[in-house]
Ligand binder design. Structure first.
Ligand SMILES: [Fe+2]
Length: 165
């Protein structure tokens, strides 16, 4: 995805403006993906049926709550850097790194596998983002993405444990 540097709000934030601009663009992609996955987990929560119904129904809601926190943390880092958060569903659908969630999934294993794919995909992007933020000289954005990555690792472990043995 082409990354154009956004115009920033004036700020006395000590990080150089060009560094803030590139990290705002970086975070915009992660904000979109966080918004997307937040409702992918709800889609699974609402529609799952089959074995272990109540356990996975509750798990998907817990994953939703974790990603909802990420939405807010990412958006507020982005605005702290002087950016304008693009947090609507429409904006998210243009900027997300995830594949669209199939609307017809029912079976619990299908939802677990679909969400595993989504979490792994986002996590790979977060890893790249950690490096990018680090190289740009913005350790606080690097730290934020590291925290997100640690959360995604844990969620992926919760999902994949259903079909590992
Ligand atoms: Fe619910």
């Amino acid at each position: 995805m082409a990354k154009t540097k956004p115009k920033l709000h004036q700020s006395k934030n000590p990080i150089a403006e060009n560094v803030r601009a590139s990290n705002v663009a970086l975070l915009q992609k992660h904000l979109a993906t966080a918004v997307d996955i937040t409702y992918q987990t709800k889609q699974a929560h609402w529609n799952v049926k089959g074995m272990n119904f109540i356990a996975v129904h509750k798990l998907f809601d817990e994953l939703h709550e974790v990603t909802e926190e990420f939405v807010d943390t990412i958006a507020e880092r982005l605005t702290a850097l002087g950016g304008q958060a693009h947090g609507t569903v429409q904006a998210a659908s243009e900027n997300t790194v995830l594949e669209p969630y199939p609307l017809d999934l029912v079976n619990s294993e299908d939802h677990l596998r679909q969400l595993s794919e989504a979490y792994a995909r986002w996590n790979a992007e977060v890893e790249k983002g950690i490096e990018e933020a680090s190289e740009s000289g913005d350790p606080l954005t690097e730290d934020l993405l590291t925290e997100v990555g640690r959360g995604l690792d844990k969620s992926l472990y919760f999902l994949e444990s259903h079909f590992q043995s």
